[in-house]
Write a protein of this length. Structure first.
Length: 208
């Protein structure tokens, strides 16, 4: 069956924008060769449609097109949060671990590392410190003490810059008498959520 944009979106394939982006970032061209049995065994995505092959490629492309309409900052933040940090490597060399860095995720971190200088104006800013902190914020398992030692920076400097960059990305939770201050990631999620719902790719919550 030929799947047009209208038929693909009329059933709202994904329950959330997060599920839609995960699908788009993880979609593999290898799915073009999926057999009927493989399709039947494909894990369900979002509301359970789990598109593969040319249908999946079209859906992933539509999602990425909506992502591409956002400001670069929002694109970088969402890519760093959702894209896999590494991808399979099929070089078959004896020294290969079977994985290699995902250039898309790395590029997003590099872009954010440069942009982060604006958040640290007035203080000494070490590129490796900024990048390591951002990698930590976006899922890399590392502690601040190790970052300080690896970069030759004082722990207090690393801790201070970590606090500023976390506030920039994640925002600040509301406290007694104070309103919450959303970070750029929350704003980015609101933006892509609006785009995907308007495109009828993500379900809209019904009022109680």
């Amino acid at each position: 069956m030929k799947l047009t944009g209208e038929t693909m979106t009329e059933e709202r394939l994904f329950d959330s924008s997060h599920a839609a982006l995960v699908f788009a970032f993880n979609f593999s061209g290898q799915q073009y060769q999926a057999s009927a049995m493989n399709k039947a065994m494909t894990p369900q995505i979002g509301s359970g449609k789990g598109l593969v092959g040319v249908d999946g490629a079209a859906q992933a492309g539509m999602i990425r097109r909506e992502l591409g309409t956002l400001p670069e900052l929002h694109q970088a933040v969402l890519t760093a949060r959702v894209a896999p940090r590494d991808v399979p490597c099929e070089c078959t060399r004896p020294c290969c671990s079977g994985r290699l860095p995902n250039a898309e995720w790395t590029d997003a971190i590099v872009w954010l590392t440069e942009r982060a200088m604006q958040q640290l104006s007035g203080s000494f800013s070490h590129y490796r410190v900024r990048r390591s902190i951002l990698e930590k914020i976006f899922g890399v398992k590392v502690n601040l003490a190790d970052i300080a030692e690896a970069c030759g920076a004082h722990r207090n400097t690393v801790s201070d810059q970590n606090a500023k960059l976390k506030l920039w990305i994640e925002g600040e939770k509301g406290r007694k008498g104070l309103n919450a201050a959303p970070g750029v990631e929350a704003v980015a999620w609101m933006a892509i959520d609006g785009r995907l719902k308007a495109a009828r790719m993500v379900g809209v919550e019904e009022a109680a």
